[in-house]
Design a protein around this ligand. Structure first.
Ligand code: MOS
Length: 743
């Protein structure tokens, strides 16, 4: 078939859902029931919704010895107070369909055990939010308290470590002319999306509808079905808009089951919104790590050995381990001898979860800092050092790279950033009180892909509706899928509507791991290709069509009009074709399953940062940052920039501000709010820029994309940390880099 002209893909479109968002018409889970709700497209709307408020454990470990709910129940408007003594026993069956981890997931209100500070211990249902909040404060709970262990540094690892090795790293280290041994620490971080986690649950007999904040509508469906022992077909999950998630709305956290339980017990639709404080223990987080790097190299900076010893926090009831944290150490640089040991440390905390650039952004800080330390030790430029260790293939698998344009990222980045003007000597540039420094780091992220389906319908009026049950937590799925569909159908963007976020739609994979564009994009393209081919076939076989008898392979569609590729005068519109054939619409189902790859597929990047450090106060200010990314083809440049710039902001947080602090005496998180958990604000964000070395990766997927949303975060924190070293001569190996660590 003739390739379709690409008009929408690659164009810097604004978000197609932008107007809905800025005018408040986009309905998030917590907005329901919405004053302006209309039952569009048959989507149900909950009615008679009451409110649930969760009571959290005020101790970090132990058991509940007494619950007094009398004062709460006496409050006007209170319908139910549910806790482990009166809650029905739920089956909590196996959930093969979702993101469960080794261990046993938290079972809400099923026993008297307290596993972490903030664990849900009761829920109050009332007719108003205020009544539920007040009553929740009146629930009196007695505990038999034990000392919780919440400090990673003090607790032992248990279980078998995950290990990897090639060559003989210990022997190679012993004989290396240059050896370095450093330990880095990264703080626990919380995703802190702007939108709070929220669920509205409504039962109709044994059927349940959940309006939820989720990155994957199948996830709460499967989890709640397993927990209640009902078929997944009985549950519909609706989630058209998500106000940021960064990985934290992928798993179905306990509050979703609480909402469903509360709705069932109260016999009313229930809305449950976690507070900002509850987010710090009600849902997952990026775990803290200790990461020891030992490296050996020759005097010219060629790595001979690297060892990676990691310890990371997890909960006592589940083992969270992220394989991505090991990948960079295995394949980023030419290293003949590698040894890795990754241990998880069970603590009295809730279970961690992936957070943006999961694993990779954690590993990039120690590895890219260590490379900077080696460059300094040897007096070699940091980019030159990386070039000298650039591998020809993936040494962990022996596979060729599908595409790896990292050298180009270095070259373009160095040129654009003005790297060559850099005086390599630390603490060599000063402007008044400010020490100025620059640093860089490499970024990479796995090109993940997963099978999915999409439905496409073209109406006789020449407009199309495309659906897939994926999500849009912010990267702009609505827009990018519309672009792909518009080009594949040969329609203007305004004539294509893309819908998502409903389990009634064709199945899509998790909206995470930067796999949506490759995976859902390819299914959308497939469905639209099939539909276009159907229309072309209809035309060339229709004696009344000007295209009758033409070779289908020669026909393209542009602006809703089918025509012979080299004879644009010969053709007709979809509308003419369908109307004449008395077809109200054409339909097709798209699908795509990634083939087994023979190549190593990653997205790459090089991140450059310039910081100023106040020599007297230790304050760090990021003055400018540049990211150059090899993420394959860029579908939507404006949204790509939104991802890349947003990730730089997030990376400033990871490097300089974000740190979830626990009081280890009782396991309480002490900064569980946005006043004390610091995130970058506008004044922290100055000159940020992203460049893409645009180009297809045809092995990855039919669209040629490699995923962008994660890789853009990965190199940011180490680039800033390296710039801080260059500015001050002080190497800080703990994130976040605070003022006190520089004094
Ligand atoms: Mo991303 S951490 O997979 O949402």
């Amino acid at each position: 078939m003739s390739p379709q002209p690409q008009a929408a893909v690659g164009a810097p479109l604004s978000r197609v859902d932008g107007r809905l968002k800025v005018t408040g018409q986009a309905q998030y889970a917590a907005d329901l029931p919405h004053a302006r709700t209309t039952s569009r497209g048959g989507t149900p709307v909950p009615e008679g919704v009451v409110h649930a408020v969760v009571v959290d454990s005020s101790v970090g470990r132990g058991r509940i010895t007494g619950i007094d709910t009398r004062a709460a129940e006496a409050q006007p408007g209170v319908l139910k107070v549910i806790h482990h003594r009166n809650a029905p026993k739920l089956p909590y069956g196996p959930n093969p369909g979702s993101l469960n981890l080794p261990g046993e997931r938290l079972r809400v209100f099923q026993d008297d055990q307290i596993r972490f500070h903030g664990q849900p211990v009761a829920v109050v249902v009332a007719t108003t939010l205020e009544a539920a909040q007040h009553a929740a404060s009146l629930v009196k709970i007695d505990y038999d308290t034990e000392q919780p262990a919440t400090a990673l540094a003090d607790a032992p690892a248990t279980g078998e470590p995950v290990t990897y090795g090639r060559g003989d790293a210990e022997a190679a280290l012993r004989s290396a002319p240059v050896r370095l041994d450093m330990t880095y620490r990264t703080a626990r971080n919380h995703h802190n999306a702007m939108e709070l986690h929220a669920t509205v649950a409504q039962w109709d007999g044994d059927r349940l509808t959940l309006w939820d904040k989720t990155q994957w509508v199948q996830s709460p469906r499967d989890e709640v079905a397993a927990n209640f022992g009902i078929p997944t077909e009985n549950i519909r999950v609706i989630s058209p808009f998500v106000g940021g998630a960064f990985g934290n709305a992928a798993r179905a956290w306990p509050h979703i089951t609480v909402a469903a339980l509360a709705a069932r017990e109260a016999g009313r639709p229930v809305k449950l919104v976690l507070t900002r404080r509850q987010l710090y223990f009600g849902v997952g987080f990026r775990p803290a790590y200790e990461y020891q790097v030992r490296l050996g190299s020759d005097r010219r900076g060629r790595l001979t050995a690297m060892t990676h010893d990691l310890r990371a926090e997890t909960s006592r009831y589940e083992t969270f381990a992220e394989r991505g944290v090991l990948s960079p150490g295995q394949m980023l640089y030419t290293t003949p001898n590698v040894s890795q040991t990754y241990r998880t440390v069970p603590l009295d905390v809730n279970t961690p979860t992936p957070m943006r650039g999961p694993g990779y952004s954690t590993a990039a800080f120690p590895i890219e800092s260590a490379m900077d330390e080696l460059a300094h030790e040897l007096g070699i430029d940091p980019i030159e050092l990386r070039r000298r260790n650039e591998p020809e293939n993936d040494q962990s698998s022996g596979r060729p790279f599908s595409t790896r344009r990292l050298r180009e990222c270095y070259t373009v980045g160095a040129h654009e950033f003005g790297w060559n003007r850099r005086n390599p000597k630390p603490r060599s540039t000063r402007e008044g009180d400010w020490l100025i420094g620059t640093g860089m780091a490499t970024a990479l992220y796995d090109t993940l892909r997963a099978p999915g389906q999409a439905g496409v319908r073209l109406d006789a009026d020449g407009t199309a509706l495309v659906e897939s049950s994926t999500s849009d937590m912010g990267p702009g799925t609505y827009t990018s899928m519309t672009q792909v569909a518009a080009d594949a159908l040969g329609l203007a963007v305004r004539n294509v509507t893309f819908r998502l976020g409903d389990t009634d739609m064709p199945t899509a994979p998790l909206h995470g791991g930067s796999l949506t564009m490759a995976s859902v994009g390819s299914t959308v393209q497939d469905g639209c290709d099939k539909l276009r081919q159907q229309a072309i076939k209809l035309a060339v076989e229709d004696e009344d069509s000007p295209l009758y008898g033409a070779d289908a392979a020669d026909i393209v569609v542009r602006g809703g009009r089918l025509h012979v590729k080299d004879d644009s005068a010969r053709g007709e519109t979809y509308r003419q074709l369908l109307t004449r054939n008395k077809r109200a619409y054409l339909e097709a189902t798209g699908s795509w399953t990634p083939g087994r790859s023979r190549s190593s597929m990653y997205a790459y990047g090089a991140v450059f940062a310039e910081v100023g450090v106040d020599a007297r106060l230790g304050l760090v200010r990021v003055r400018r940052m540049l990211g150059v990314f090899d993420a394959g083809r860029i579908i939507s440049p404006k949204l790509a920039d939104s991802q890349a710039i947003g990730a730089m902001v997030g990376g400033i947080g990871m490097a300089l501000l974000e740190h979830t602090v626990t009081d280890h005496r009782d396991g309480r998180i002490v900064n569980a709010n946005l006043a004390d958990y610091l995130v970058p604000v506008n004044a922290d964000v100055r000159d940020l820029k992203a460049i893409y070395v645009d180009g297809r990766d045809d092995e990855a997927d039919p669209l040629g994309v490699k995923g962008l949303g994660e890789v853009v975060l990965v190199g940011v924190a180490p680039a800033i940390a390296n710039a801080v070293f260059h500015a001050t001569g002080r190497r800080v190996r703990d994130l976040p880099i605070t003022a006190e660590s520089l004094l």
